[in-house]
Design a protein around this ligand. Structure first.
Ligand code: PMT
Length: 437
């Protein structure tokens, strides 16, 4: 029994790929781990593995058809209190249907109705997987918060070899545990967002041509290497305690995602967050400010643009306690000595050689404009993006932001409160334009 699965209701979606047989192992593992598993199959999946097999493994009826199955396993009943839907294998056809909101079979209807964690394990022929249509559909699903467990490379049922082999059930099982633990840094086998498959993705410009023309200015970012920091940093106190902040990474990830869609080559250096890596973006995971600085220094020489969106901790404890700090009788409190962390963006902004166009954020609660303008000078910035983090509906951990953009000459633009993806797009237009000059 795994604690992460105790009292969990998991819907296991099985679609019509040869890897459907591997879903039997996954089902068995989940049941053994303590989850209540309800299997939903597509009609074509039943041609590969019988309903009865999953009924025996899960101990529950298996649903296939919206109208024929009994009331207690209607799509609403299944989706209502599910903790997670895992679709393994997910064929190109089902992925396309999920991306476009189809509800023409039981699994699609459950996916559409459910408001829970959703995990997709694609399995298909390598050309189908790399087709722009499939990649865009996966990108859409990742953008909506689904976990995409990138397939492995290897021999495929169609006789060819390449990407498209569904991850092994044991690996998917570990990913599920990690997702429930909300501990994405520990995802053992997952390349969420295909971070290692970057070179095999269709060229970003190609994606842009096909889908984003209405949303994004075409090719604005083409030719730029963009380095972005995002999320919080974590400063350990002892093995069980740490200092951090409220950054969710949403703003930085939106910038990374949109910059990639606008044609840029994006590297994202991220503190611990609970977000999927945007498709085609290379993510480097770090924890502390010093680790973030080291990662930035490894990549900054190649960067044309650096955007410091991370909420970097200004202080860390002078020395991390090796053992858990214990309460001592007779002592009222505990004094921790904090020392200053390096200022990452100032290190980049004040470089003499290989200095990228440098954009900082200013998270302010008072004297907003004055403080933001001071940061331009002090940190050697080309541009600063000011957000008022005293307003809970924008800034830290919200889906929206509202920002003012300044350069050395003063206010450049004010971007009204909108979703962070939209704010990111407007910001990137300004940044790419200014960096081109
Ligand atoms: O992640 P979200 O929940 O979506 O929230 C987004 C955000 C509020 C974190 C983001 O929009 C934001 O404002 N990021 C910067 C947060 C911050 O640390 O602001 P600051 O004013 O303390 O720092 C100014 C700049 O210096 C920032 O670019 C920061 O990345 C950088 N900095 C700060 C300290 C330090 N030691 N090194 C740095 O590089």
């Amino acid at each position: 029994m795994d604690t992460q699965l105790k009292n969990r209701k998991i819907v296991l979606g099985v679609t019509g790929g040869i890897a459907a047989y591997k879903a039997c192992t996954l089902c068995r593992l989940l049941v053994k781990g303590g989850a209540q598993v309800y299997v939903v199959m597509t009609e074509s999946a039943t041609k590969l593995v019988g309903k009865e097999t999953f009924e025996a493994l899960s101990g529950h009826s298996v649903s296939v058809n919206i109208f024929e199955d009994s009331k207690d396993i209607s799509h609403i009943a299944l989706s209502n209190d599910a903790d997670m839907i895992v679709v393994a294998p997910a064929t190109a056809n089902s992925i396309a249907k999920f991306a476009h909101g189809f509800a023409d079979n039981m699994l699609c209807a459950v996916m559409l109705a459910a408001n829970c964690k959703k995990v997709i394990a694609p399995a298909m022929n390598t050309n189908m997987y790399h087709n722009v249509a499939t990649q865009e559909n996966l990108q859409l699903l990742a953008l909506r918060g689904m976990y995409i467990l990138s397939p492995d490379s290897g021999d495929l049922a169609c006789g060819t070899s390449g990407d498209g082999r569904m991850k092994e059930p044991e690996e998917i099982y570990e990913d599920i545990l990690a997702i429930f633990s909300q501990d994405l840094e520990k995802l053992p086998h997952t390349k969420i967002g295909i971070e290692n498959h970057q070179e095999k993705l269709p060229a970003p410009q190609q994606i842009l041509e096909l889908t984003q023309t209405k949303l994004l200015p075409k090719s604005f970012g083409a030719g730029f290497n963009v380095l972005i920091t995002a999320g919080p940093t974590i400063e350990e106190i002892d093995p069980v305690r740490y200092i951090t902040n409220h950054s969710s990474g949403k703003m930085g990830y939106a910038l990374a995602h949109m910059a990639q869609l606008m044609g840029a080559n994006v590297t994202l250096i991220s503190g611990p967050v609970n977000l999927n890596v945007p498709l085609g973006v290379k993510r480097i995971s770090v924890r502390s400010a010093v680790e973030m600085l080291n990662a930035v220094e490894s990549y900054v020489n190649e960067a044309d643009i650096f955007i410091g969106c991370a909420a970097v901790g200004d202080f860390r404890v002078e020395s991390i306690n090796k053992n858990k700090i214990k309460k001592k009788d007779g002592e009222e409190g505990l004094t921790l000595k904090l020392v200053q962390n390096p200022d990452i963006i100032a290190t980049v902004g004040n470089r003499e050689a290989n200095r990228p166009f440098t954009v900082g954020f200013a998270a302010e609660t008072d004297n907003l404009e004055e403080n933001a303008k001071k940061k331009i000078v002090k940190k050697g910035l080309d541009m600063v993006i000011l957000n008022d983090v005293s307003n809970k509906s924008i800034g830290f951990n919200s889906d929206d932001n509202e920002v003012s953009v300044y350069d050395k000459d003063g206010l450049v633009a004010h971007i009204e409160k909108q979703n962070k993806q939209v704010v990111a797009t407007s910001l990137l237009e300004l940044i790419f334009n200014a960096a081109k000059k």
